[in-house]
Design a protein around this ligand. Structure first.
Ligand SMILES: *Cc1c(COP(=O)(O)O)cnc(C)c1O
Length: 382
């Protein structure tokens, strides 16, 4: 096997042995009584993570596919959607809507700042005919955590459907799909659920179903269509609950990681990210780095750090990769070369990974001739 690269990226992360062991099993059929036991158990675990009674679907593919399915199923070509956009993944929601010929009403904030619920209230009052509002909870490209609860409340008060990308926030911070009236909520296995990529999830509220059923425009295909998934879940639900072959090994891995997380408790899982985030923020600050955004609006699952004048970010990431077999995340889009991002998923939030990471950055700084005493990153962290 090639040299293992330790992942300090904001997704995917290095998964635990419980996931690897669960996946190293003979292939299963994605239907029949044996599979139904696993399917139903995973569904129950997902409902616990989402904190919802709404329908949830498990859909093979990347998170973007499920965001595509959600927007395409709720809004017809020619209709209007408000899209919150303060970064790379907000822009992706725009691309999805544009692909369907949906009219986009922009709701923006500068990179590194939060979406403002008061501004959304105003935009909604000016556009009473929109069918939905879509936005990203944790904008992973900047690590800004948008005020989900407040935004969802504004959308609910206006009687509109919320479609929320919680891909990199679900299970890292408190999130209550039912209590906060989130209509359509999308996430995936390979961020804070700490399993491998290959499957994502969407919850659909009764109000969202009403809107799906009232849509009269063309159906956007078969696979990325919520109606297809509901049909199989209801009509074939007792033995073959999905329309397609499922990545059964990936689902076994997910079950193992969710069992681990829920057995420890979601609160402890949130605390793990907070702790890793605190250590990396403090550790890198000790070494003279500046953080990209203030802690008060930052997600705990990743840390975004500014470039500094002594070297290019690419030089540091290449050194870490080649010399220490560690991968960090770069800046996306306009932030390329301006920031780097350190993810805290999976093993990267563990003590040995964190210390090795900080010591490796110290070493890199010394190769640049900077006076960094060994262990100085850990000052105040003992
Ligand atoms: C990772 C991520 C995505 C994209 O996930 P894919 O599985 O690559 O499609 C979408 N939104 C956010 C906020 C993400 O962090």
């Amino acid at each position: 096997m090639a040299q293992h690269v330790k992942l300090f990226t904001p997704g995917p992360g290095d998964v635990g042995d419980e996931v690897l062991d669960a996946m190293a099993q003979p292939a299963l059929r994605h239907y029949g009584p044996d599979w139904m036991v696993i399917h139903n158990e995973v569904m129950a675990l997902l409902h616990q993570v989402y904190k919802t009674q709404n329908d949830i679907f498990m859909v093979p593919g990347p998170a973007s596919a499920i965001l595509d399915m959600s927007i395409g199923s709720l809004v017809d070509t020619g209709q209007k959607i408000i899209i919150g956009n303060n970064g790379f993944f907000g822009e992706r929601l725009n691309d999805i809507a544009r692909g369907y010929g949906i009219q986009i009403i922009p709701f923006t904030a500068p990179l590194g700042e939060q979406l403002d619920p008061e501004k959304l209230k105003f935009i909604l009052s000016e556009n009473p005919d929109v069918k939905a509002v879509a936005f990203v909870h944790h904008e992973t490209s900047t690590t800004v955590l948008n005020p989900l609860r407040e935004l969802a409340e504004v959308i609910h008060q206006a009687g509109k459907i919320s479609i929320v990308d919680t891909v990199s926030s679900m299970a890292s911070v408190p999130l209550e799909v039912d209590d906060w009236n989130i209509d359509v909520c999308v996430t995936a296995a390979n961020k804070c659920l700490e399993s491998v990529p290959g499957i994502g999830f969407v919850s659909v509220s009764p109000r969202a179903w009403q809107q799906v059923d009232n849509q009269t425009g063309i159906q956007h295909g078969f696979y990325l269509n919520l109606k297809t998934w509901r049909k199989y879940a209801t009509e074939w639900g007792s033995w073959h609950p999905t329309p397609v072959t499922m990545p059964t090994s990936v689902i076994l891995g997910l079950r193992a990681s969710m069992l681990r997380i829920l057995n420890g408790g979601l609160e402890a899982h949130y605390a793990k990210y907070k702790n890793a985030n605190r250590i990396v923020r403090r550790g890198l600050s000790n070494l003279g780095f500046e953080m990209f955004i203030p802690e008060s609006i930052a997600s705990p699952m990743a840390t975004a750090v500014k470039a500094r004048p002594e070297f290019e970010i690419a030089e540091m990431s290449t050194w870490l990769l080649n010399e220490r077999h560690m991968a960090i995340g770069g800046g996306l889009g306009n932030l390329s070369g301006k920031i780097f991002r350190v993810g805290h998923l999976g093993l990267s939030a563990e003590r040995d990974y964190l210390i090795e990471f900080l010591f490796s950055v110290e070493e890199f700084l010394r190769t640049k001739g900077l006076p960094v005493p060994v262990g100085s990153s850990l000052a105040g962290l003992e």
